[in-house]
Design a protein. Structure first.
Lengths: 113, 113
DNA sequence: TTGACATACCTTGCAACTCTATGTATAATG
DNA sequence: CATTATACATAGAGTTGCAAGGTATGTCAA
């Protein structure tokens, strides 16, 4: 029963990042780490396939843009459809985390702040 | 990108249930559904392999006991080692869920209660 | 200038986790 | 006597995340 250390709500987190502004992949990884206080260090092998899936589903749209450095970056923009999905998934997260907390509260000796 | 509807912290939830009292498998499924207000309807195909893993790791101990009905039930008891694991995993959950919430908060237009 | 490091994208293949489906068996209920 | 609830179990499939690898450019210090 080795534990897999994993970020389990990748899609929700990515959609959430893009709700604020268009971002490119590498930036998302950095931002996610920053906003989560280094709790989430998402791997590229995780992120890029998810981004491609989101694009295929019409949740995001990609476009190329040159960085000040001259390099090309692939930015992702949240579509209306993606915004709706974000809302749904955020709701689901609230339900889910609330249920976990309810179960934990009902178990003694677990000093939950 | 079809979504899998899944309970992601099975081990934490099971350990948490057993912190209150010894339980048998079927009872855990019922209790979990009750305490989570039907959010978690854990399947047998999920629970039993997890229980066997927990036993192999020394987190729980199993014993047979006859039910009032005359049927045999397999009860699971949380060991000290299992209690420590529960504490650790509950901490990890707090960190994880806090980080998700932090990311969600930093995204606009998501009316989080 | 060259070597290291950060930036930036991508894919393959594996391991882990949960579910579906199925099987077995007993007790209760109508 | 047939159906439902109880009670345990496993095999197989699907999804997800990661490790590991690859490609390429920009920056900076030695």
């Amino acid at each position: 029963m080795k534990k897999k250390q994993s970020i389990e709500h990748t899609q929700l987190l990515v959609l959430s990042l893009l709700a604020g502004e268009d971002m490119y992949g590498y930036q998302m990884i950095m931002e996610l780490a920053r906003r989560s206080d280094r709790t989430f260090e998402m791997k590229e092998g995780t992120l890029y396939p998810v981004l491609h899936g989101l694009e295929k589903d019409g949740y995001v749209e990609a476009y190329q843009q040159e960085a000040p450095t001259g390099r090309m970056r692939k930015y992702y923009h949240l579509t209306r459809r993606g915004g709706a999905a974000l809302k749904t998934e955020a709701e689901a997260w609230k339900t889910y985390s609330g249920a976990v907390n309810a179960v934990l509260r009902s178990s003694p000796g677990l000093n939950l702040a």
